[in-house]
Ligand binder design. Sequence first.
Ligand code: AMP
Length: 359
Amino acid sequence: MTMLKPGDTIGILGGGQLARMMALAAAPLGLDCHIFAPEAESPAFPVAAARTCAGYDDHAALAAFAAAVSVVTYEFENVPADTAAFLASRVPVLPGPRALATTQDRLVEKTFVNDIGLATPAFRDVDSLAALQAAVAELGRPSVLKTRRFGYDGKGQVIVRPGMEIEEAWSAVGRNPSILEAFVPFALEVSVIAARGADGTVSAFDVCENQHRHHILATTRVPAGIGPATEHACKEHAARIAAALDYVGVLAVEFFVLRDAGGERVLVNEIAPRVHNSGHWTIEGAQTSQFEQHMRAVAGWPLGSVRRIGRVEMANLVGDEVDAWREIVATPGSHLHLYGKRDARPGRKMGHVTRITPE
Ligand code: AMP
């Protein structure tokens, strides 16, 4: 692994807000970002040193992109396998192929998590109506049917409730290969943002407590309302996942926290091989942001300090919630981030706001 030098360029696949915040974090380190994205109005384009607007299957554009950058990373896990392989034959792609292959498919991901000794909700492979019927009989109702691929923010999933026709659930996921998960009566949802450097060093930010609205992250609070043993377990689990994937870069691991008379325990819900919405608080709330940390890791640089600076609350501005920008920008101590998207469509992440309270 070579170490990038100031003036070198990091290529980023995807041009959304995550790529935008990566490019903004790379600039003070003297690193340039080259964004490759198919959409002309990509939020990352205006803040990047270079941009390519082309499809992920455009080999001529990909070859020119690979020639112009020292390393390629990405802001989304659904990078087509062909695109990643084409680029990887020309330039390092980080995180590597194992991370993408594992996290693009919920069945592969959950099997991997169990194989390294970590608990997930009980799940079954569902590839037909008959398999779904058998799985519902085993896991009971309610249970959660999720497509194996291309699911995010609650898309591609349906709760199989008492009384629901099995055919209806199967149609709701488009009869696509799926998994059925036991419904988890969790007390809260948390996530860990961790980074693994090129030298294998792992460093995790404090655990975040997340609240969702309509399946979209609404708020993140740090510290999370969990005990120290749970905090430690989440960080250790993330480190184990990162090491097993031979990972370089930032990753997020989402957990369900269960509480009963025996105390707290966690189940791994999902792994995101990238910077994550629940880590946006680190921009002002930690000594190094998740975006800088990712740039450092893929550049082969040492990781920065993950020390938290205070109590933090991050709120997403979804759809027309972005209209609150005037009040936010007039409130001392509120840090406004807007992503430069024109249309405030319902469910669209338009920006976020972070507030820090000294501890
Ligand atoms: P996911 O896309 O798998 O992260 O799921 C989106 C959200 O749906 C989660 O953040 C939970 O709030 C809810 N959810 C997903 N799976 C389950 C489950 N097995 N039991 C209960 N709630 C779930």
